[in-house]
Design a protein around this ligand. Structure first.
Ligand code: BES
Ligand code: MG
Ligand code: ZN
Length: 471
């Protein structure tokens, strides 16, 4: 797709955007009958065919609509009309559309081409597909093209890896992808195998990985900007490529969904791609503790006491609470070895957060008021919403163990997403600006491109926006 600042005389294909108000104002210019079918409501599409031209009337809803709603409309439009849209010079009309709104429209058109497995057969990926739009000059259109491409590359990579079946994303395959990604974007790539992790004392991560048929891959990716005085953000993504629960085996009913237990990692990968392609003036340190949570003769056992990287001992009471184990070492490793302005982890961590918020928002925990508000605001803006939950010390008692410093579950049937967050807090090494996003309910769910639950891309636009605007 190319964006071009032009308006020729004749187009065979036109996309004409309307809010309800704009439609009321201008509909007298059109064939009267159209008003019977089209009102400008959100997601409404009316196709008007004449001898020379096909016009898609696209409804955006109320004129007070949020920017992300334009993206939603464009996604649905791209999905629904994949087979009728033709690769011809196309005109977009919408005099009331500003730069931000057009950017959302273009992002949505491209995001809406995603399905698993991803191929770029949608007409929008045809390089010959030209969108002509006269409201914005070519320079602005070029910026929009670049941002949309970067975002879509990040978001589709995120979705593709999360959607992959478990047998196609074993730790070694994922590691190879990340190694190549690092090469492509000139990122610093480091991965600690099992032997190296033992030397370093990454005991909590290893407790999960010791039962795996695959070697450890405690992976660190670093993106460095040349900009002076840039901020540094530490990002951690839970990367359990498949979570059987381990010896504390999960029920079979929904176990196939556990291919999505790397949703934190894929969100971070997507944001990393965006930052790299955009060459954002910020430094990123990303840790992805890659493993599966498997059953084997070497698997960790309930009652095991292990020593984490920061020296704290953990009594493992449930091997299915494995995410907090691998995140614990990721947090303290990052906090001890890197100086970062922000420390943010994303994880499909608890069923508890799913029962609380369903697919409506992620659960947010933070020790810093500003970071909390920044994340809430960015979530509202990108429609990847978060809601804040407390980290009061009253929960500290619930994870005190008789035989270790901590236990990995509280054994009480309440608020496990809070307990898990409280557990993680023990490993941030007093980092003053830490946030934990439990995205178990939102990373994988109902989507417009698949019949069953699939990857939503949650977290990519949230992090991309946060990183882009954090100076
Ligand atoms: N990966 C799961 C959490 C999860 C649940 C993600 C549903 C996506 C959808 C996590 O590792 C887990 O198993 N958590 C347990 C913890 C429990 C044993 C304390 C849970 O929430 O059931
Ligand atoms: Mg688990
Ligand atoms: Zn898990």
């Amino acid at each position: 797709m190319k964006l071009i600042n032009k308006k020729n005389k004749n187009y065979t294909q036109t996309f004409q955007l309307f809010t309800e108000e704009e439609w009321t104002k201008t509909n007298k210019n059109f064939n009267k009958n159209i008003s019977i079918f089209f009102t400008g409501k959100k997601y409404e599409v009316f196709i008007n065919t004449t001898e020379e031209n096909v016009t898609y009337f696209i409804g955006l809803g109320k004129s007070s609509l949020k920017n992300f709603e334009i993206q939603q409309v464009a996604i649905k439009f791209a999905q629904t009309y994949k087979n009728s849209i033709k690769t011809v010079q196309s005109l977009v009309i919408g005099d009331f559309i500003n730069q931000q709104q057009f950017e959302e429209f273009v992002k949505g058109l491209l995001i809406g081409t995603y399905h698993y497995p991803f191929d770029k057969n949608h007409p929008f990926w045809n390089p010959a597909f030209e969108i002509h739009f006269e409201n914005l000059n070519q320079k602005k259109l070029d910026i929009i093209s670049q941002k949309a491409a970067a975002l879509v590359n990040g978001q589709t990579a995120c979705q593709e890896w999360l959607n992959k079946p478990a047998n196609l994303k074993k730790p070694d395959v994922l590691s190879l992808y990340l190694k190549n990604l690092a090469k492509k974007y000139q990122l610093k790539y480091t991965a600690f195998n099992r032997k190296k992790c033992e030397e370093l004392g990454l005991g909590a991560y290893l407790s999960v990985n010791q039962g795996s048929a695959y070697d450890a891959a405690f992976t660190i990716l670093e993106y460095k900007t040349t900009a002076k005085n840039a901020k540094t953000i530490g990002l951690i993504g839970k990367c359990v490529v498949f979570d059987t629960g381990g010896i504390s085996l999960k029920d079979h009913q929904n176990m196939h969904y556990m291919k999505s237990d790397m949703g934190g990692a894929t969100a971070v990968i997507g944001a990393l791609i965006y930052a790299s392609e955009m060459q954002l003036p910020v430094n990123l340190v990303v840790i992805l503790p890659i493993t599966d949570n498997a059953i084997s003769e070497n698997a960790f056992l309930p009652s095991d006491v292990i020593t984490a990287y920061n020296g704290k001992t953990i009594e493992v009471l449930n091997t299915d609470a494995e995410g907090r184990m691998i995140l614990a070492d990721s947090l303290s490793y990052l906090a001890k070895n890197y100086k970062t302005d922000l420390l943010i982890d994303l994880a499909t961590l608890t069923g508890s957060s799913v029962r609380m918020f369903g697919d409506t928002c992620g659960a947010l925990f933070s020790n810093d008021e500003d970071l909390k508000n920044l994340l809430l605001m960015t979530g509202d803006k990108t429609n990847q919403r978060l809601w804040n939950l407390p980290l009061w010390d009253i929960w500290q008692d619930d994870i005190r163990s008789d035989v270790a410093d901590l236990k990995n579950i509280s054994m009480k049937p309440i608020g496990d997403c809070i307990v898990a967050a409280k557990f993680l807090e023990q490993f941030i090494e007093n980092h003053p600006k830490w946030a934990h996003l439990d995205i178990a309910g939102v990373a994988f769910g109902n989507v417009g491109y698949a019949k069953e639950k699939a990857a939503t891309g949650f977290g990519v636009q949230l992090l991309a926006d946060l990183i882009e605007n954090y100076h």
